[in-house]
Design a protein around this ligand. Structure first.
Ligand code: FMN
Length: 322
């Protein structure tokens, strides 16, 4: 498939697997990239330069295909040293970096762009997209309100956000939020995007390192089974409904301070769900597209199936036009 993004990143499919906290580790990223998409390593998984460097080496051992690294700009419980991570990124010759979070990545662009690293920034609104495009990123990723993870405060749906951003910036746009099928991919590309980003759909792949209990829970979830938390802290996240999430919502209704909420949403709590399969512990980000996923597949097979569905969607519409 030929799009501005497949050409820019030298990938087979215009499918980006969004970075996922505690999940997009070296092995999973390698599997996504090796299947012809773009895997993005969650750098927040690594506490020090050495373990981050080892992760990059693992990816390179497993695939010679392009991959990216995410640098986190969201508020974090554990401080993130992006300067140290950038040193390793340059030493190890990482070619693509994604930033995501609440602030503009001026410092990262200034440091990495002159070194020839391709940069993309993920955001949830037109004005942020315009700002980072002006700062010099090579591509902008936008995710609508349906998406799993941070939704921002603007609540603009994917169908409206993607074309608005495409119109507003002159760099290629990667669109997503709620994309779980090739039919949705056809829609995103029709709206003017040059690639799609998916998170939730990739959770239900064989290579995704989450517990089977969680995979089964996601498989039986519908589009109505997600909700928003952390809105009262201006850090809204869409996630799968469970007991902890309902408790957090209750606390937020009572205007509880962040210190009261943190013990429920801390990373270690979510790890109990993701790694040990304790479904009531912590929270997992999850998009409304979860309702359209009916099976767990190897990433390679998934990408081929998505490409077939995308073709079928286009054929269906073309037939309507004839
Ligand atoms: C479990 C999970 C964890 C995520 N963690 C992060 C993260 O740490 N940083 C980030 O920028 N985005 C994160 N995201 C958002 C994804 O990268 C991607 O933008 C989003 O999943 C796309 O929407 P979709 O889930 O509807 O496909 C996460 C998403 C999920 C589902």
């Amino acid at each position: 498939m030929n799009t501005a993004i497949t050409k820019m990143f030298n990938i087979t499919f215009p499918f980006v697997c969004g970075t996922m906290m505690n999940i997009t580790n070296a092995e999973f990223v390698a599997a996504v990239s090796d299947a012809g998409g773009l895997g993005i390593l969650a750098s927040t998984l690594y506490d020090d330069k050495k373990s981050f460097q080892d992760a990059l080496k693992t990816i390179k051992d497993r695939t010679d295909k392009p991959f990216a690294v995410n640098l986190n700009l969201f508020p974090a419980i554990r401080p993130v040293d992006n300067d140290a991570l950038m040193e390793v990124i340059l030493e190890e010759g990482v070619k693509i970096v994604e930033t995501s979070g609440a602030r503009a990545p001026d410092d990262i662009i200034n440091r990495l762009k002159p070194e020839g690293v391709k940069l993309m920034h993920k955001c949830v609104g037109v004005r942020y997209a315009v700002k980072v495009a002006a700062l010099g990123v090579d591509a902008v990723t936008v995710v609508g309100f349906e998406n799993g993870g941070a939704t921002g405060m603007l609540d603009i749906t994917t169908l409206c956000l993607v074309p608005a951003v495409v119109n507003a910036v002159d760099v290629p746009v990667i669109g997503g939020g709620g994309v779980s099928t090739g039919h949705a991919i056809a829609a995103i590309l029709s709206l003017g995007a040059e690639a799609v980003i998916m998170g939730t759909r990739l959770l239900l792949t064989e290579e995704c390192p989450i517990h089977d209990n969680l995979k089964n829970a996601l498989l039986s979830s519908k589009e109505t089974d997600t909700t928003l938390i952390m809105r009262s802290f201006k850090n809204t996240h869409r996630c799968l409904i469970n007991e902890t999430v309902l408790k957090v919502q209750e606390l937020e209704k009572e205007n509880a301070p962040i210190e009261k909420v943190l013990p429920f949403i801390a990373g270690d709590e979510s790890k109990k769900m993701i790694q040990e399969g304790d479904l009531s512990s912590g929270y997992i980000s999850c998009g409304q597209g979860v309702g359209q996923i009916s099976k767990v597949m190897p990433v390679k097979e998934l990408f081929l199936e998505l490409a077939e569905e995308l073709k079928a969607s286009n054929q269906r519409v073309n037939q309507m036009l004839n």
